[in-house]
Design a protein around this ligand. Structure first.
Ligand SMILES: [Zn+2]
Length: 521
């Protein structure tokens, strides 16, 4: 029997058992939920195994039981028994993974007009059950959503709030003592950590020291304005727990200079200057596998430092057409987001003032050197996580997360290493590995179910699925996540996407808006 037929069969078995709940989007939690017959792709680097039945009670995994062998009829007597009032989910032939963790997710940018409901549904439709917000509209706003998510009062991933350093402070922080004070008050307010953008060395040192004493985590985008005196290595030594993107890393790898080779007419406020020259940065760093390159890498790994590369958010730099023509924009991108992405001297990351072949070629080389570092970091035991940074540079929430998985693959990760990066590594970086990150007894029921094997083709995780030609010469879309389960609640991923499409359609009707390419309208 060919795979497509199995796929259709399992689909029809499934729909008959799935009774949709509130708004047709979710169902549960249940006293007992048994997910039957899956192939488990766990987040710990183990190879796939199945058939397996998974038992969830309320929101805790209580059993992960192997129930047979591929191609052999399962003995029903040897399977976990359904209790009265329990729910059975027949996922025969499907793949089950731990819920994904997006380590760099800005919730609902104001400038982008993307509200939390839109953003959360796109993430959940792509299996993202946990998100770390590296500064957003303010701690109070984020903590409110975090609480609602904890109670499952809204459709949302788990939220970890990392406040932008200095956010909410009446005056700019200009002394180490003020930095310490802000860090203490941030912890007291209930934040999970801090997101830095760089600061003078004495401020960074004080803030990181105080934060570490309090046991909170931290992230930093080492922005160009402070990186000459304080790069990734300074941060890691001072107690930063994770770096975002890549800025500050080539600077730590400099051997024959102390500042980036800026053109003399450079202006940081000019986004084309900023991103065009960033594309020439990696080639100014120590060569891969050189003595200095090795020493920096080994020291970062010894400090248990996490790298959160967010490859996808820069991809338009090496292939603008790919990013702006992505097939999901027409259906799922809000008009306000599309407007934000347009070439602009004001919108952050809309640096297409004059972006051509030269810029793209430079960025392709930049990627090669960057990916070489990230892959080797992983090979030597360093922790690499998966973060998306969506809402900028033509990258759409959820879809861009899957693109990030593909780019980790391109960097050299085995697909199982990609999944580990998306799950257990994120959990470890958040200090949550006892609760999420793998499918294991005692952990929370955050799970992803897809009816195609994502190891063979990560594209089956896109909401729009993967293109396939069947044996009957029919063009189909295979996959698209089927169920995202969070806290034992089953969300119909395709219904979530439909709900996003409706939001976008409504907005377009209201504005009489059509998505057009820049300069074509
Ligand atoms: Zn960001």
């Amino acid at each position: 029997m060919n795979r497509f037929f199995i796929y259709i069969l399992s689909l029809s078995l499934f729909t008959s058992q799935f009774i949709c709940g509130q708004e047709n989007l979710q169902e549960g939690p249940f006293n007992q939920l048994i997910i039957r017959g899956v192939t488990l792709i766990n987040g710990n680097g183990a190879p796939p195994r199945g058939p397996i039945d998974i038992v969830v009670e309320n929101n805790i995994i209580t059993k992960v039981q192997v129930v047979g062998y591929p191609g052999v009829k399962i003995d029903a007597d040897k399977r976990p028994k359904l209790k009265p009032g329990g729910k059975e989910l027949d996922c025969n032939g499907m793949y089950l993974l731990p819920g994904f963790i997006d380590m760099h997710g800005h919730i609902g940018g104001e400038a982008q007009g993307a509200d939390y409901d839109y953003v959360f549904k796109l993430w959940m439709a792509h299996g993202v059950t946990t998100v770390r917000e590296p500064s957003g509209r303010g701690l109070h706003w984020t903590l409110d959503l975090k609480t609602k998510s904890e109670k499952n009062a809204i459709i949302a991933p788990r939220v970890f709030a990392y406040t932008g350093f200095g956010q909410g402070s009446a005056n700019p922080i200009s002394t180490p003592e003020q930095a310490r004070e802000w860090v203490r008050s941030n912890a007291k307010k209930g934040a999970d950590g801090i997101k830095f953008f760089g600061a003078p060395p004495e401020i960074m040192a004080a803030a990181l020291d105080e934060n570490k004493k309090l046991g909170l985590k931290s992230a930093c985008h080492h922005a160009q304005m402070d990186v000459a005196r304080w790069n990734v290595l300074h941060s890691a030594r001072a107690g930063l727990t994770s770096m975002e993107h890549w800025y500050g890393l080539p600077e730590a790898l400099f051997e024959d200079r102390t500042v980036q080779d800026y053109p003399l007419n450079y202006n940081y406020q000019n986004e084309q200057h900023r991103f065009e020259n960033a594309g020439k940065l990696w080639e100014q760093a120590a060569k891969p596998y050189s003595k200095h390159w090795n020493a920096v890498m080994d020291e970062l790994i010894a400090l248990d430092f996490t790298l959160d590369p967010t490859f996808n958010i820069y991809e338009a730099s090496r292939d603008l057409q790919r990013a702006r023509r992505a097939e999901w924009h027409e259906t799922y991108t809000l008009p306000s987001l599309w407007e934000f992405y347009k070439p602009s001297k004001v919108s952050h990351g809309s640096y297409w003032h004059n972006w051509g072949t030269e810029q793209e070629v430079a960025w392709k080389k930049n990627y090669n050197l960057w990916m070489t570092f990230i892959n080797e970091y992983k090979n030597r035991g360093g922790r690499v996580t998966t973060g998306s940074d969506s809402g900028f540079i033509y990258q759409l929430y959820g879809f861009a997360y899957v693109r990030e998985l593909e780019l980790l693959r391109e960097a050299g990760f085995h697909p199982l290493e990609v999944i580990r990066s998306a799950t257990l590594n994120g959990a470890e970086a958040l200090g949550m590995e006892d609760k999420i990150g793998t499918v294991a007894v005692g952990k929370l029921a955050d799970l992803v179910v897809v009816d195609e094997n994502p190891l063979e083709n990560l594209k089956v995780l896109y909401g729009t699925g993967a293109i396939k030609l069947t044996d009957d010469n029919e063009i189909i879309r295979a996959g698209g996540i089927k169920y995202t389960i969070k806290d034992g609640i089953i969300y119909d991923a395709k219904a979530l996407l439909k709900s996003v499409k409706d939001m976008v359609d409504k907005e377009k009707q209201k504005l009489n808006y059509t998505i057009k390419q820049p300069g074509m309208d």
